[in-house]
Design a protein around this ligand. Structure first.
Ligand code: PMP
Ligand code: GLN
Length: 397
């Protein structure tokens, strides 16, 4: 048989399948795709995947349309549209006290997930270790492992999901390349405080350990708690990649636009990865955001708006047999369901979608080994009517 023809013509060929040798053999389809798919299939109210169901700011999409009409439709510069990087630098100075260099320290990326992946890829070599905390956003561990590195998974302490810094200290080895933090935290809504930053500082000082700080929910923090951005702390920033998402700030998750801020040397390596991957991002939205980012109210009002939604959802959920935990930030609030059933969280989440018409996310999906504390995550970044329709259904459970 002509081997060449076989390889080219038949992709189901066993040779080819064996040859793939998956880099992520233990990874299936992400829980967000699964639960959103089920929600559509069963016409359920979707409190699963984290996205708002209300419109984004009208002025912002008019600015994008204007940018397109004005001809900003070709490649943006590889590190991002400079006026946008300048606007980000101004915003960071206003919020956290020191402006990063827009030329050498800020890179616009197609989303926050991509920024985290690029940062990890820029620094990791096979055998390196990355300390991260479970429950963990689902891309972190695959992002580490695809680089041949090892994720050292430490548990946030249940039920308030704080970091046990003694465990972190004990987990440090000569192979520790980075610590990955996320505040406000997905899925639990916990936030890091000043004490956590002090502990982190003690652990990394005098080492070469990098910090990857996922701050996509920087403006979704409630109860007047200040966001402990790594950008407030120049001594920590000098070893950090700080990652953000415009999708979360401007209610446009489908735009997949974000950015990384890192010191010049780190950014140089980051851009080596980025330039041969996406190279650059959608130009019209960058042009629009360069103007819109200057409107402080648009991002400063977000925490108040989301806090109202959290409080409304908490109040509504009192009619149900779910027990909600605290949420101090993010789009999410978690809840236990011991009064209803002792089913595994994944089974229960599927049954809730199919039989009661509400999609959620089982928190065990955020643990590599599927640790099941029987907790579901609810996304409250929804219209009042959506939250009310969901709770009406949940009250029947
Ligand atoms: N980190 C966390 C913790 C998230 O929840 C998300 C997504 N919502 C991201 C990163 C990525 O955001 P983006 O959609 O911009 O890639
Ligand atoms: N970050 C969103 C969530 O946690 C979803 C992102 C995605 O679908 N990849 O729900």
């Amino acid at each position: 048989m002509d081997k060449t023809a076989n390889f080219i013509g038949n992709t189901n060929c066993q040779h080819v399948n064996n040859h793939i040798n998956s880099k992520l053999p233990n990874v299936g389809t992400t829980i967000f795709a699964i639960m959103s798919g089920l929600a559509t299939e069963h016409n359920a109210v979707n409190l699963g995947q984290g996205f708002p169901d209300f419109p984004m700011n009208e002025e912002l999409y008019e600015l994008v349309a204007k940018a397109m009409k004005n001809g900003f439709n070709q490649y943006a510069p590889m590190p991002g549209w400079m006026p946008l990087r300048e606007a980000i630098a101004e915003k960071v100075e206003f919020l956290y006290g020191k402006a990063p260099d827009p030329d050498k320290e800020i890179t616009i990326t197609p989303g926050g997930t991509y920024a985290i992946y690029s940062a990890l890829t820029a620094i990791l070599h096979p055998g390196d270790e990355v300390i991260l905390f479970e429950p963990a956003y689902d891309s972190y561990i695959p992002n580490v492992e695809i680089n041949g590195a090892k994720a050292i998974k430490l548990s946030l302490v249940y039920p308030d999901y704080h970091i046990d810094w003694v465990t972190v200290k004990n987990a440090i080895t000569e192979r520790t390349k980075a610590i990955l933090i996320n505040s406000p935290h997905n899925p639990t809504g916990s936030v890091l405080g000043e004490k956590d930053i002090a502990e982190l500082r003690k652990i990394v000082s005098g080492t070469n350990i990098f910090i990857i700080s996922d701050e996509v929910y920087e403006h979704l923090i409630f109860d007047n708690i200040p966001h402990q951005s790594i950008l407030r702390h120049p001594d920590l920033f000098e070893r950090s990649f700080v990652c953000f998402s415009f999708g979360k700030v401007y209610n446009c998750t489908g735009w997949k636009l974000g950015y990384s801020i890192a010191p010049a040397l780190l950014t140089k390596e980051f851009r080596k990865v980025h330039q041969f991957n996406a190279f650059s991002c959608f130009t019209p939205s960058q042009v629009a955001l360069a103007t819109f980012l200057k409107k402080k109210d648009a991002y400063l009002s977000l925490s108040g708006l989301m806090q109202e939604k959290r409080d409304h959802f908490k109040m509504l959920m009192k009619q149900t047999r779910f027990d909600l935990q605290e949420s101090y930030g993010s789009y999410f609030i978690c809840g236990t369901y011991g009064k209803i059933t002792d089913e595994a969280d994944k089974d229960f989440a599927i049954r809730l979608t199919r039989e009661f018409g509400v999609a959620t996310i089982p928190v065990s999906a955020f643990y590599n080994e599927g640790k099941d504390d029987k907790v579901l995550r609810f996304c409250f970044s929804k219209k009042k009517e959506t939250l009310e329709a969901a709770v009406e259904k949940l009250a029947r459970v």
